[in-house]
Structures are given as structure tokens and as C-alpha cells.
Design a protein around this ligand. Structure first.
Ligand code: NAD
Length: 440
């Protein structure tokens, strides 16, 4: 077997030739999202002593589809968007991962998110591989009719590589249950009625009760379990949340229901702060009425940057990647950072937080509640049988708590930080499945 040190010498035929990033050993804020995600993978591969062949398989995507998505806009002119579906690894089951509509959703970002899905699905132990999709667009600047046309065309273009037992998309940033309903309909027109082709659908279209709030609910389940292990209190904890979309809103609402105090929230325009605690439902009503949270009257306005530095017990980044970096990691003023977003902490910031003894609950664990209930939705679609909400939430809690316990136990056993423990469990499971299947 070749060893890791052979990597330098390898001729054409290595993972780098098909898109894996060159390994970065000295992390910096300039790393691309895929370099950052791969950094954590390579570190884990070293700890697990994975041989070179296995690294090559796991460092690159299995399949990458880039498509043109032409859309006739409402004013009659045509725009051509770039869309991707990237399947990273399917050793443990059909590919699974969301579809992101965002200006930053380029090939590198979607590759990073696809790889993170492989690790997340393995860690939470659902029978899926990892994938992600994206269309590089600004959904906020598009009408519903333009978004519907974009979604239908994109679905037609990637229809060849998705499937009930092949690859099952879901919502992510910039997409929602409505987007999934359009996808299901567009796919069904060609391939026949297939509700399980996407998850995160509206409940009346075969969606699962509890899916909409599942990621935010899972974030709080995991946080509560972690605070118990760390012998700190969740009840009464002061929480600051960046991002007030699907994940941020539900995390805020459930945290409040569970007795914590949400002192700050934000959206893309900025944040609001109230040391006595914000009333989450009122903030939510305000954002729907006014188009954002920043003009909410019962709080002080603050920037997104300042929100991350607020003095609190728990900081939850729930928006985009790379927001905690070398420039602000020294100023984070919370003993616990809970990564609800994907990749919110750059590898260099991660090292600074570790040095400062700040505990980081890693994204592949924290936000796995969404894909877990997506798995339940897929199961319900296949069985044509609907679960009750209490059953969904109880099963979700079991899985979130089990995975959290496993990560804490591994971290204790190996004396590593929680992210390393989470990656080691996940990479080990995927490598084992790849080996059993005979990939290497
Ligand atoms: P969303 O589109 O519903 O909400 C995103 C929120 O972030 C909005 O409030 C938006 O205003 C804010 N935002 C956008 N750009 C920002 C910026 N530059 N600075 C600060 N805030 C900004 O998206 P979501 O579904 O809530 O996803 C949020 C994060 O959670 C993403 O990283 C996503 O990949 C991750 N995630 C989502 C799910 C899910 O089920 N939706 C599952 C797992 C992980």
C-alpha cells in the first residue's frame, strides 16, 4: 500500500487531477471553502492512518455535474445561470444533500458542502452518502415566477443523476419547501410520481411533519446535551444567533421555549441586541412585516460583525461559512460556539478558539437534524405512511443525543477537540464502507 508521503510523487491519476484541492498544511483565512473542508478531512486521515488510495477516493468527488440554466426573466430578457450537482461519496447509501441558491454557490463551495454531507450523514448514521447542489444566483432579486422557471429547468438538467435510490436533494440556503415542491413536480413530469425524489417538501405534498424546524430543533437538542456534559446550564443561558432564516429562527424559537435567553439575532442586513432577551415570535413577525430584523424596535441595532463578538454564553453562527476567522477569533466572547451553519469557522480561527479554550460544537454534528428528518421523510414516502410529529421529534432526539454522546466519548478517549472526534468517527465509517464495497 502507498503511504501519505507518496502523495507528492504521484503522477496523473491522483485525486488532485479530478478536483481535490492541494493539501494546505498551514491554514489561513484565504483558503477556499473546499480547501477548508478538506483540511479537516486530511487531519483526520492522518490521525486514522488512512492509506493513500483511500485518501484519493475520499478527497475528491465521485461525480460532478455542471449545467447551464437559462431562464427568461419577467422583463423578457434571458439570463444563463450556472448550476451544479456534486456527489461526493456514496459508499454508505444514496447521495443526499441540499440545493443552495446563492451568489457564492460556485464549484468550489458546492464541492465543500457535498463532502461535508458525506461526513455528516455518516456521523448521524443515516444510510446516505453525501452530495450538494447549487445555482449561482441571487434569489432575493428574483420573482417567484423566475424562481419556479429556474428550479424546473435546473431539475430537468440534473434529472439524469438524481433518483429515489440514487440522489435525493433537499432545501438549503435560498431554497425552501416551495422549491422542493417545484422540483418534485418537474421530476414527476418526466419520470412519474416520485415524492421521495426530494425531501423538505410541504407537508401536504408528502413532506414530513417536523422537517421545517428539524435543523434548528436538532441544533438545540445537541446544545442541551452538550451543556449537560460540560456541566453548564442551558436554562437561562444567554444566546446570540447570526442568521435568522430557517435554521436561525427555529433555533432561537426552540431555545427560548427551552428556557434560554436569546439576546441577539441578525439577518444579512445586520443584527439587534437586547440584554433582557428578545421576544423571538415578535422579532419573527417583524421580519415578515418589514422585510428584516434590523428595524425591530425593542433592541439595539448592531452589525453582523459585532454580533459575533457579543458577550454571551452560547454563540450560534447560523448563516454562512467563514464568518469566524483570524480577524475576530480572538474577540469571540462566548465559552461555547455552536456551528449551526456549514463551515462558519475557518481552520485558522478553529485553532485560535481551541487555544483560547473555547468549545466548538462542529457543524457536521450540530446541524445534522435536518438531514435526519429528511431521512424520516424519505422513509415515509417509500412506505406511503405518515408519522406523527411526536414520533418524528422523539426519533430525532434519540439520534442527535446518540451522535453527541459518541462525539464527546471519542474526544475524551482520544484527547482531541470535538471537531476532530466528529471527523474521525465519520471518516472511519465511510472508509470502512468504501473498503467493504471494494472501492479500494
Ligand atoms: P436561509 O436562507 O433560510 O437563512 C439564511 C440567513 O442568513 C438569513 O437570515 C440571511 O439573511 C442570513 N445571511 C445571509 N447572508 C448573510 C451574511 N453574509 N451575513 C449574515 N447573515 C447572512 O438558510 P438556512 O436554511 O437557515 O441555512 C443557514 C445555514 O445552515 C447554511 O450554512 C446552511 O448550509 C446550513 N444548514 C441548513 C439546513 C437546513 O435544513 N435548512 C441544514 C443543515 C445546514
Amino acid at each position: 500500500m502507498a503511504t501519505a508521503s507518496d502523495q507528492e510523487k504521484r503522477p496523473v491519476g491522483s485525486a488532485e487531477d479530478i478536483g481535490a484541492p492541494k493539501r494546505v498544511t498551514e491554514p489561513s483565512d484565504d483558503m477556499t471553502p473546499f480547501e477548508a473542508a478538506s483540511f479537516f478531512f486530511y487531519e483526520s486521515a492522518d490521525r486514522l492512518n488512512l492509506d493513500q488510495e483511500m485518501r484519493e477516493i475520499l478527497a475528491s468527488s465521485y461525480r460532478e455535474l455542471a449545467v447551464q440554466v437559462p431562464v427568461v426573466m419577467d422583463d423578457g430578457h434571458r439570463m444563463v445561470f450556472r448550476g451544479y450537482r456534486i456527489q461526493h461519496n456514496g459508499a454508505r447509501g444514496p447521495y443526499k444533500g441540499g440545493i443552495r441558491y446563492h451568489e457564492s454557490a460556485d464549484l468550489d463551495e458546492v464541492r465543500a458542502l457535498a463532502a461535508l454531507m458525506t461526513w455528516k450523514n455518516a456521523l448521524i448514521d443515516v444510510p446516505f452518502g453525501g452530495a450538494k447542489g447549487g445555482v449561482q444566483c441571487d434569489p432575493r432579486a428574483m420573482s417567484d415566477s423566475e424562481l419556479q422557471k429556474l428550479t424546473r429547468r435546473f431539475t430537468a438538467m440534473i434529472g439524469y443523476v438524481i433518483g429515489l435510490n440514487r440522489d435525493i436533494p433537499a432545501p438549503d440556503m435560498g431554497t425552501n419547501a416551495q422549491t422542493m415542491a417545484w422540483m418534485m413536480d418537474a421530476y414527476g413530469q418526466k419520470y412519474g410520481y416520485t415524492p421521495g425524489i426530494v425531501t423538505g417538501k410541504p407537508v401536504e405534498m408528502g413532506g414530513s411533519p417536523g422537517r421545517e424546524e428539524a435543523t434548528g430543533r436538532g441544533v438545540i437538542m445537541c446544545t442541551k446535551e452538550a451543556t449537560e456534559k460540560m456541566k453548564t446550564k442551558f436554562k437561562g443561558a444567554r444566546i446570540a444567533i447570526q442568521g435568522f432564516g430557517n435554521v436561525g429562527y427555529w433555533a432561537a424559537r426552540i431555545a427560548e421555549e427551552e428556557g434560554a435567553k436569546v439576546v441577539a439575532v441578525s439577518d444579512v442586513e445586520g443584527g439587534i441586541f437586547n440584554s433582557d432577551g428578545l421576544e423571538v415570535e415578535k422579532v419573527d413577525k417583524h421580519r415578515w412585516d418589514q422585510g428584516g430584523v434590523t428595524s425591530y424596535p425593542d433592541g439595539d441595532k448592531m452589525s453582523n460583525e459585532d454580533l459575533l463578538e457579543v458577550e454571551c454564553d452560547i454563540l450560534i453562527p447560523a448563516a454562512i461559512q467563514g464568518v469566524i476567522h483570524s480577524g475576530n477569533a480572538e474577540k469571540i466572547n462566548a465559552p461555547l460556539v455552536v456551528e449551526a451553519a456549514n463551515g462558519p469557522t475557518t481552520p485558522v480561527a478553529d485553532q485560535i478558539l481551541t487555544k483560547r479554550d473555547i468549545t466548538v460544537l462542529p457543524d457536521i454534528l450540530v446541524n445534522a437534524g435536518g438531514v435526519t428528518v429528511s431521512y424520516f421523510e424519505w422513509v415515509q414516502n417509500i412506505q406511503q405512511f405518515r408519522w406523527e410529529i411526536d414520533h418524528v421529534n422523539a426519533e430525532l432526539e434519540k439520534r442527535m443525543n446518540k451522535a453527541t454522546d459518541e462525539v464527546f466519548a471519542r474526544s475524551e478517549k482520544d484527547q482531541t477537540v470535538l471537531r476532530d472526534a466528529a471527523f474521525d468517527i465519520a471518516v472511519e465509517r465511510v472508509a470502512r464502507a468504501a473498503e467493504i464495497r471494494g472501492y479500494v
